[in-house]
Design a protein around this ligand. Sequence first.
Ligand SMILES: Cc1cc2nc3c(=O)[nH]c(=O)nc-3n(C[C@H](O)[C@H](O)[C@H](O)COP(=O)(O)OP(=O)(O)OC[C@H]3O[C@@H](n4cnc5c(N)ncnc54)[C@H](O)[C@@H]3O)c2cc1C
Length: 429
Amino acid sequence: MPAGRNGDRLSRMETDQIVIVGAALAGAKAAEALREAGFTGKIALIGAENELPYERPPLSKGYLLGKDPREGGQVHDADWYAAQHVDLHLGRTATTLDTAAHTVTLDDGTTLPYTKALLATGSRVRTLDIGGIDNAGVYSLRTVADADRLKAVLKRDTQVVVVGAGWIGLETAAAAREHGCTVHVVEVEPLPLLRVLGDEVAAMFRDLHQAHGVTFHFGVGVREFGGLDGRVTDVVLENGVEIPADVVIVGVGIRPATELAEAAGLTIDNGVAVDEMLRTSDPDVYACGDVASWPSKLTGTRLRVEHWGNALKGGPAAAKNMIGPGEPYDPVPYFFSDQYDLGMEYAGWAARHGYDQIVTRGDLAVADGKAPECVVFWVRNGCVLAGMNINVWDVQDDIQALVRAGYEGKPVDLGRLADPQVPLGELLT
Ligand SMILES: Cc1cc2nc3c(=O)[nH]c(=O)nc-3n(C[C@H](O)[C@H](O)[C@H](O)COP(=O)(O)OP(=O)(O)OC[C@H]3O[C@@H](n4cnc5c(N)ncnc54)[C@H](O)[C@@H]3O)c2cc1C
């Protein structure tokens, strides 16, 4: 772009105001990217939590274990927002998005005009519509305040029942075991993480947790939470089994926080529907992070990804697209988890019945209670759809390249894929 045009664009920005709703990872990273790209207009960052924007992964890991400090998860300290002239409205909920008037109204009555708005409202936890859900001792985990409440009750010999063997359920189960609690996990599916990982890798997660003393109850739902004087005492399963409980952790998933977008009349399709530029059905409103579903060029399907990597990348991508020229958003979906001695990263997208074989580099088995060291690939017609490195590091770039090639229909030699002696980077050459 000629220098003059760029100068015009930047000076026009001085009168612009970008309002970002949702002050967590995606929202804060968007504000950062706006300033880095030279945006000189006003930025308002609105967050319902009375906390500086922070990252959530430590809440079910190091922070819950008392190892990571509270400030460790902050995206930036308070001085950064002041220095960057980012107006924080913390402890404030945006109640109305008026796309005709180009305003966002907050719960204290403040009305903020915008030239562009970004919805980074994330997710809210799902709950269970069963008896006893409101008893004291029943917890969910999304915010740092939730983590503080939970951390205070995870003590040696506390009887913990976790409902749901997804990522949050398993990570909190691991943390509870490390605190010395007895832990039961109830899951309606026959294995943990089954829909995300498929049978083979799901079985490894079961074995790992069992080796660490977790008792699973698979293939059964929860009927109700028993209680005495308003405090939970047990969890009653649909098959009649009663598990004594001092603490219950409900980890049955999340739903995108679409209320504001819905009320504004924006298109919703498994979250706030955006195009490949992360623009919603209103051209001046964008969305990113957990709340947004985008048409993935990689997979050819609409995706909504409820993971850290998508907030980290999606915020800056939306920011750049709002001030233009930007570029289409097309990441390889990525997430990570830590449980006991297992650390893993996963890249790609492979539905439970969407692959025809698993290829492993190394042994996937849990041996002597220890997590494996290996790389697992989900493969269809010889093409890599997804890969997970477990306690093997510095291979993500290669895995993501294999996933991109796989989705472009380029098969790899599966014998070489399984051979740890062949560098992953050589498989595509
Ligand atoms: C305990 C925990 C552990 C996790 N661990 C991992 C992990 O190990 N690996 C991984 O890949 N991912 C992990 N995740 C997922 C990851 O943290 C999320 O994908 C990420 O937080 C999404 O960021 P976000 O900014 O899009 O939304 P969120 O983090 O959900 O933040 C949205 C913010 O918007 C605010 N908000 C919503 N509506 C309004 C409104 N109307 N007005 C004002 N504010 C509003 C909310 O209060 C919230 O603060 C974990 C999540 C949790 C809860």
